[in-house]
Design a binder for this molecule. Structure first.
Ligand code: AHR
Length: 492
């Protein structure tokens, strides 16, 4: 039996809803086909955006969406993606499959998408192959409310009112695909480019610096030292590759040891967050600068027969467990982690949605976001697991249980608890202090660890009501099935 203690009398910080953010890149079938099909498509759409995908994403309350990359961001020239579509310049997407990008999805289309989703845009600018002027003019084009060359151009292209753009990333992975830079050099470029990303009117830009890959603490150190004072946040990228970068392994075909290693690798996010925060503390002891994990998730081999440059992978209950584990870690660090963006929203890596022609499926990861949406902008509650619930196999510490809890503005408490064991059920008692447990409801996502939705069987995995719990005094007890995520909702 495992025990979790949640204390409603110990409220902590507000969990920034942007922790539940997403990422969309011009990569494979994420934007084109997955989201944007164009106004003339037979697939039902509004202004070119697939209605089925937009409706599904609205249900999970996507709070913020990052675009246009990723590696693509540092070779994207925004002026190629505005104006009449027939005149838009074509380019080679050198990072992702060498396909020709026709730029039919550009700034206006991205803002339309954010508008339909009701989410904030997070735009990633080009430092690697772009210019200071280009970046500066992009912000003027989007946000200047007055007479200026860029604002006039925007109006000619059909948008009278400026948009609001709060989140702006100055480069992506500039230690690698974004220019192979050294941290001090990038830090100087951040200062220079950032100077000309102007605030127009009441649009206040939140400037995001390119942070480290995995445990590259030297990068964080160098960039913070040079540019810490000039930024609002710095990023971190960490993907879960169970078998390492070279092999990756199949999304669908894996055994118990590989599953266990996947969890060990996913759990590493906690160590990395703590490590990078400690480096940031050296230069920002007041904790003014936020940490944004704007790329994370599972990265497996592509599905057989698909373009290796498109990073299309299926998504099983294993991915759901990885998502739950990460989101609980992010909730618990939400005093410093202010945004995260799972990679990527549709058809790429650990997606919440997959599409095939006119068909669409919600993945197990989608349902985790559906359960966890209640934590958005709620107040984190103190919670902990009593005792050691890790399995210790040689050098591996395999997590078996994860949880987080919050209370929303209406006083409703939400507790998410996951049994990460792939084959064994687990009796879990949740003691909830300071709460009346007369009105408890529960919802569950569970399935065999390989279970997944397909275009022929789109509903194999989904959430259902969970009644297999009892309440005694201040404790909710349940036998949690193997590989399950349970959301307890407590009114009062
Ligand atoms: O998400 C796929 C790629 O992973 C991104 O383009 C890049 O930033 C990272 O290496």
């Amino acid at each position: 039996m495992s025990k979790i203690v949640v204390n409603k009398n110990l409220p902590k910080n507000v969990i920034n809803k942007n922790i539940y953010g997403h990422f969309s890149e011009h990569l494979g079938r994420c934007i084109y086909e997955g989201i944007y099909v164009g106004e003339n498509s037979d697939i039902p759409n509004k202004n070119g955006m697939r209605t089925d995908v937009v409706e599904a994403l609205k249900e999970i309350k996507v709070p913020v969406l990052r675009w246009p990359g990723g590696c693509f961001a540092d070779e994207y020239h925004w002026k190629d993606g505005i104006g009449p579509k027939e005149n838009r310049k074509r380019m080679v997407n050198t990072n992702w499959g060498g396909v020709v990008e026709d730029n039919s999805f550009g700034t206006h289309e991205f803002m339309e998408l954010c508008d339909q989703l009701g989410c904030e845009p997070y735009i990633n600018g080009n430092v690697g192959s772009g210019t200071v002027q280009e970046m500066s003019e992009w912000m003027e084009y989007m946000t200047f409310d007055g007479v200026s060359p860029m604002a006039e151009w925007r109006k000619q292209n059909g948008r009278e009112q400026p948009w609001k753009v709060k989140y702006f990333g100055i480069g992506n992975e500039n230690w690698g695909c974004g220019g192979n830079m050294r941290p001090e050099y990038y830090g100087d470029l951040f200062r220079r480019f950032g100077t000309f990303v102007r605030n127009y009117g009441d649009n206040k830009v939140f400037k995001i610096a390119c942070g480290a890959n995995i445990d590259d603490y030297e990068w964080t150190d160098g960039v913070m030292k040079v540019a810490g004072k000039f930024m609002d946040a710095i990023t971190l990228h960490y993907y879960t590759h169970p078998l390492g970068w070279e092999i990756k392994g199949s999304a669908l075909d894996f055994d118990r040891p590989v599953y266990d290693i996947t969890l060990v690798k996913a759990q590493r996010m906690e160590e990395l967050i703590n490590g990078h925060l400690a480096v940031m503390d050296k230069y920002d002891p007041q904790h003014r600068v936020g940490l944004i994990v704007d790329e994370w998730g599972t990265w497996f081999s592509v599905e057989p027969g698909t373009n290796p440059g498109f990073l299309y992978q299926q998504n099983t209950m294993r991915d759901a467990m990885v998502a739950a584990l990460h989101l609980d870690i992010f909730n618990k660090h939400s005093d410093r982690v202010i945004m995260t963006n799972i990679a990527q929203i549709v058809n790429v890596l650990q997606s919440v949605i997959l599409t095939e022609g006119p068909k669409m499926i919600k993945t197990p990861t989608y349902y985790v976001y559906d359960l966890y949406k209640h934590h958005q902008d709620a107040t984190l509650l103190d919670s902990h697991i009593v005792g050691d619930t890790f399995l210790h196999h040689g050098p591996l510490d395999i997590p078996t249980l994860t949880q987080s809890a919050s209370v929303d503005d209406n006083g409703v408490t939400h507790i998410t608890v996951s049994n990460l064991l792939s084959e064994e059920s687990q009796k879990v008692d949740v003691q909830v202090l300071g709460c009346d447990l007369s009105k408890v409801k529960a919802t569950i996502l569970t399935g065999e660890v390989h279970a997944h939705n397909t275009f022929d069987d789109p509903d194999a995995v989904h959430t259902t009501d969970f009644t297999g719990f009892t309440v005694g005094g201040d404790t909710i007890s349940a036998e949690l099935p193997a590989c399950s995520v349970v959301l307890y909702t407590i009114e009062g």
